[in-house]
Design a protein around this ligand. Structure first.
Ligand code: CA
Length: 231
């Protein structure tokens, strides 16, 4: 049974999340403050955290960063009433994996939770490691190397890179990447994709610099998508 931590100070929304998730078979802990969330994070692990960005005792982005450190393997989904895209980007860069804008429907939320908790990777993990220039992506071990330097990637960063590496040199559309890596019925903003691409580029460049080898390149195709360069 997947364990979900709900961090939400709004009583009606918190109650809705708690009952909705429990009704769908999830084990749920509900905390109303950042202090409570950090206390929970020190205990037995969680598979997913639903994190309201507007909490009374700590900025949600700061809390997201602390939860990312305390729960490195846990999926963090931010809940935000803020329409400002900069806030969403700050949240995603702080370590969150995804976000939902309030008001959201329970059907959409449950679809998103299921997509994140799906255990099977969207790519065939029995295949041999993919080698693209200095880059090596090992699906079975879920590890990624640039030259001799191992790159530490978060779950969705790895899934995204693995998807790109399956067809190096091929232009992949935003829609295809979103549906293969995140959710088959994705709707809404694809900002999440851009933030994950930016993180991948940063990490791959840092590893290439550390190992003194050529840097794997992910090219942006304006209005279309992305391509991992075959070198
Ligand atoms: Ca709130």
């Amino acid at each position: 049974v997947a364990r979900i931590l709900v961090v939400e100070d709004d009583e009606p929304i918190g109650r809705l999340l708690e009952s909705g998730l429990r009704a769908n078979g999830y084990e749920v802990e509900w905390e109303r403050t950042a202090a409570g969330a950090l206390h929970q994070a020190a205990g037995p692990g969680f598979d997913l955290v639903m994190l309201d960005l507007g909490l009374p005792d700590l900025d949600g982005v700061v809390l997201s960063r602390e939860l990312r450190v305390a729960l490195p393997a846990t999926v963090i989904v931010m809940l935000t009433a803020r329409r400002d895209e900069m806030d969403v980007v700050a949240g995603l860069e702080s370590g969150a994996d995804d976000y939902l804008t309030k008001p959201f429907g329970m059907v959409e939320l449950l679809a998103r939770v299921r997509a994140h908790l799906r255990r099977n990777s969207p790519v065939d993990d029995r295949s041999a490691p993919a080698r693209i220039g200095s880059l090596r992506v090992d699906l079975a071990a879920r590890s990624c190397w640039v030259g001799d330097v191992e790159v530490t990637l978060r779950t969705k960063e790895f899934d995204l890179l693995a998807r790109l590496a399956r067809e190096p040199g091929t232009a992949l559309t935003r829609e295809l990447l979103m549906s293969d890596v995140w959710d088959e019925n994705w709707f809404g903003s694809t900002k999440t994709l851009d933030v994950h691409i930016a993180a991948l580029r940063r990490k791959l460049a840092a590893a290439a610099a550390a190992g003194g080898c050529a840097e794997p390149t992910i090219t942006t195709l304006r209005g279309h998508g992305y391509r991992l360069e075959a070198s």
